[in-house]
Ligand binder design. Structure first.
Ligand SMILES: [Zn+2]
Length: 206
């Protein structure tokens, strides 16, 4: 009985996913360590930070620690990057998650990118359009070396036909390693009629 109560207390006290300090799910000190990243290549990409330090720890807990609640915290960081672009005059019509394959989401109990995208949509007031579907699961990216990763995701997504016709969309994911997954998701969004695609993620591997 005492043990059960103690365990409950531990669960109820928020602890920073970055450094473990009590009081919040991702503390101000850890947030301050995130240096936003901007790439304007073929696909404009914005990340809350590099995939390192506390941000890396927090993403790991979101993906593998069974803590979907962290998506709201990390989604807020992504929403900030999108809001910066909107303030600069960039137009975005909808937020589109880069989804897990159904079977992987089922195994995990949630799809972290879908949760992140929902948080981004809520924070920015933009509509959420979950119209991309991952048709090939592939092997987990973490098991593959870089060239294999690029091959693994080619043609991995489909989008509902015409579901994004004429829209300028923000695709949302947790981490980009080579950018191959994002490029592939962007291609699927364009095939569904999106006229512009930008990527907003929590962290980028540098
Ligand atoms: Zn912290």
């Amino acid at each position: 009985m005492e043990l059960a109560l103690a365990a409950r207390d531990v669960l109820l006290v928020p602890r920073c996913a970055g450094c473990g300090d009590p009081g919040s799910w991702f503390c101000v000190a850890c947030r301050d360590q995130c240096e936003p990243v901007a790439h304007d290549g073929t696909l404009a990409l914005r990340a809350a930070g590099a995939h390192a330090g506390p941000l890396r720890a927090a993403i790991h807990r979101l993906k593998y620690g069974g803590e979907p609640g962290l998506a709201a915290e990390l989604g807020a960081l992504v929403a900030l990057e999108l809001a910066r672009d909107l303030a600069r005059g960039v137009t975005v019509d909808a937020v589109v998650p880069v989804p897990l394959h159904r079977s992987r989401a089922a195994a995990r109990g949630y799809d972290q990118a879908a949760l992140l995208a929902r948080a981004v949509a809520e924070r920015t007031g933009l509509p959420l359009r979950p119209v991309l579907h991952r048709i090939r699961e592939g092997r987990p990216q973490v098991e593959l070396d870089r060239p294999a990763r690029a091959a693994n995701v080619r043609g991995a997504f489909v989008a509902e036909a015409s579901s994004l016709r004429g829209l300028r969309v923000a695709i949302v994911d947790d981490v980009a390693t080579t950018g191959a997954t994002l490029s592939d998701a962007a291609a699927a969004a364009r095939s569904a009629g999106a006229r512009a695609v930008r990527a907003y993620i929590v962290a980028v591997e540098e």
